[in-house]
Design a binder for this molecule. Structure first.
Ligand code: MSP
Length: 649
């Protein structure tokens, strides 16, 4: 019997279809697709799941406002999500919708089982209630005692709800996490989960609601719908046929090899989800990786701020692979990354058009010019060949190692090291000089062969992150299918003899920035796309700021690691703060209201893009926010548990 293929099951979060997705969501899905393609290249039976998380109050409300049923509304937005993934060249294996009948059926069975075995119990959910909107809000959502949606007063209310007894499994989870070091990645997130959530004691999770009905009904208690996380997280197993009639893939693919999620939902995936699985007696996923966010000039992109970047427009303007390349390159391992159109154009011009595109077009052009497109078989080795070959072999190894570590940015860097080395090899060997001397034809043949072989290796390496570009290169170099495989690039020298290459269009034309600026000037100003057409804006009243002004202020949640009195100023406290991905010192003039030790361990809100200053000789990088009235002062904190580094806005 042939040996069974190794499997690799990876998932993206299922996205809320509450509007159009932006490049942040696109990043997660592109990263998942890249890894899936890479695993397939390596011979794995790789299965990629993505989908949509369609239930909940928010969707119900939007649908009501639009005068359609929630299902009709999500059918429309989900169709757009699928179009986006097609445009982005995402080769997923399955798209799950939480409104799929099979998913609904499984979630009901899961809920019942957890209830029957005593993991779920009935209690009361408390919050701020807006009667006209029939909506609950949390302390942080209400604005001055008013509903954030309609502005009418809210009142304290409670409703009957089911809760999941998380605390029962806390010790088991802690032991599991501590004995499986790769389970939560990056490592810093593991510490954060343990110290901030598990050790202080897990809160029970509200898992049903009665104040809206757009959800999966709790079968044994009419009026209750399953509240979001049990419904959403279960998708990873219901998609594999768990407790339903879909094709039975659990044995083949579960446990998942990787759940790829953004840092904002890592807690749900590393605490609630493993506990659910323990309660269901299922093995836990092997790795959960929480990536950072794509930020706009340091600030968060959000549908509610209205500053989202539309991937469709970018693909229309610049193409799919440049966008795939850009997001993978700019998102460093576990950290936030930036997006700006200038940065994207910079990457296209420098890395794609200049480094890669020129390498290909120069190599092909010289092969056509000096050898009519076919590199002769008689070739003479010379200086720099060994170094190029070594760099190519290292690039293959490093690329694979970084991909396995989920560091897509460094994986690409490894490929670009080879591209850079090959460009340098052209400068060193000066083929145009060799071409003038008939007696050095054999050396010229070797130089062009080594360049072509390097390009073949590059074309296979970029097949996962940039499938279209890879296919174009393979077509242009006429690489036979058997030599466009992962195995075939494990050693240098596979490019076959006798192939005729032909000149063709450049891979990436350079973007002419001056021309672009002219075009922009010539265009009439466009109305903002993501808001409904509004009458011409009134000039802002004095003191009123626009959403763009607001977006410039960056605020994040910071955990106080240490706090002490300023050695030279009684009114100042010196804070050491943890922002998840970085640590900072901020000095604040609040010593009159707090003793330093009172604040250690608290999660505060800090502005992070203030110009750093020195306060009485010590540097301060940011500002801690507080509320002050009639001589009293209290620092701002977050309602509930939000990880350090969470963006406030
Ligand atoms: N529906 C839940 C996930 C349930 S998974 C069982 C959800 N949906 S979401 O649409 O709001 O977000 C989906 C993912 O997009 C999250 O992983 C989130 O981190 C990611 N991103 C949202 N904005 C982002 C950026 N600006 N940058 C990178 N990723 C971002 O949460």
């Amino acid at each position: 019997m042939p040996e069974a293929k190794k499997t690799f099951y990876m998932t993206t979060p299922i996205y809320y279809p509450s509007g159009d997705l932006h490049i942040g969501h696109t990043y997660t899905t592109v990263a998942a697709d890249t890894l899936t393609r890479f695993k397939r290249q390596q011979g794995y039976d790789a299965y990629m799941l993505t989908g949509s998380d369609e239930h909940g109050q928010k969707i119900q409300k939007i649908a009501e406002e639009k005068g359609v049923t929630p299902k009709a509304y999500v059918d429309g937005t989900v169709a757009k999500i699928k179009e986006l993934w097609k445009l982005m060249n995402i080769d997923y294996s399955q798209f799950i919708r939480t409104t799929d009948e099979d998913h609904v059926k499984s979630v009901q069975k899961i809920f019942k089982r957890l209830y029957d075995q005593g993991d779920i119990y009935k209690g009361r959910y408390e919050g701020w209630y807006c009667t006209p909107d029939e909506a609950f809000w949390t302390d942080t959502q209400v604005v001055d005692g008013k509903c954030p949606d309609c502005g009418r007063p809210v009142e304290r209310a409670s409703e009957e709800a089911y809760f999941f007894r998380m605390s029962k499994y806390a010790d088991r989870l802690l032991t599991y996490i501590e004995s499986h070091p790769g389970f939560i990645q990056p490592e810093a997130r593991q510490k954060e989960m343990i110290n901030n959530f598990i050790k202080p004691g897990l809160q029970d999770l509200c898992v049903s609601r009665t104040s809206f009905d757009w959800g999966i009904p709790v079968e044994f208690d009419p009026g209750h719908v399953v509240y979001v996380w049990i419904d959403a997280l279960s998708n990873y197993i219901t998609a594999l046929g768990y407790l339903n009639d879909k094709p039975q893939l659990m044995d083949r693919y579960w446990p998942a090899d990787l759940h790829l999620v953004g840092k904002d939902i890592i807690r749900f995936h590393t605490i609630y989800w493993p506990i659910m699985l323990m309660a269901l007696d299922l093995p836990l996923p092997k790795t959960i990786y929480g990536h950072g966010w794509i930020l706009l000039k340091g600030g968060k992109m959000s549908k509610s701020i209205g500053n989202v970047v539309d991937p469709v427009a970018l693909v229309q303007k610049y193409g799919v692979d440049p966008l795939r390349y850009h997001v993978l390159k700019e998102m460093k391992y576990g950290a936030d990354g930036s997006y700006s159109e200038d940065l994207l154009i910079g990457n296209i011009n420098a890395d794609l058009a200049n480094d890669l595109g020129n390498l290909l077009s120069r190599t092909v052009a010289m092969t056509v010019k000096y050898f009519g497109g076919v590199i002769p078989e008689t070739r003479l080795a010379g200086d720099h060949d060994a170094d190029l070959k070594q760099t190519a072999e290292a690039a293959v190894k490093n690329y694979a190692a970084w991909m396995d570590k989920l560091d897509f940015s460094r994986a690409l860097e490894s490929v670009w090291q080879l591209i850079g080395r090959a460009n340098k090899y052209i400068d060193e060997t000066e083929p145009w000089v060799l071409g003038k001397d008939a007696s050095r034809k054999d050396r010229l043949a070797a130089v062009l062969y080594n360049l072509t072989e390097s390009l073949r290796i590059v074309s296979v390496l970029i097949a996962a992150p940039m499938p279209d570009t890879s296919a174009k290169m393979i077509a242009q170099l006429k690489v036979p299918a058997a030599l466009a495989t992962w195995e075939s690039i494990q050693s240098f020298g596979g490019y076959p003899a006798g192939i005729e290459v032909a000149r063709c269009e450049p891979l990436y034309p350079r973007i002419d920035l001056k021309q672009l600026a002219k075009e922009k000037q010539a265009q009439p100003a466009k109305p903002k796309k993501n808001k409904q057409a509004k009458p011409k804006a009134e000039p802002a009243a004095p003191g009123v700021i626009t959403i763009d002004d607001f977006g410039r202020v960056q605020m994040r949640v910071a955990e106080v690691l240490a706090c002490e009195k300023h050695p030279d100023a009684d009114r100042l406290l010196v804070f050491q703060l943890d922002f998840g991905d970085e640590k900072r010192q901020i000095i604040s003039g609040i010593a009159k209201w707090y003793r330093p030790e009172e604040l250690v361990g608290k999660k505060l809100i800090a502005c992070t893009n203030l110009k750093p200053v020195k306060l009485r000789g010590l540097p301060s990088d940011g500002m801690i926010l507080s509320a002050e009235k009639d001589g009293a002062l209290r620092v701002l904190t977050v309602d509930g548990d939000m990880p350090a580094g969470s963006v406030v806005g």
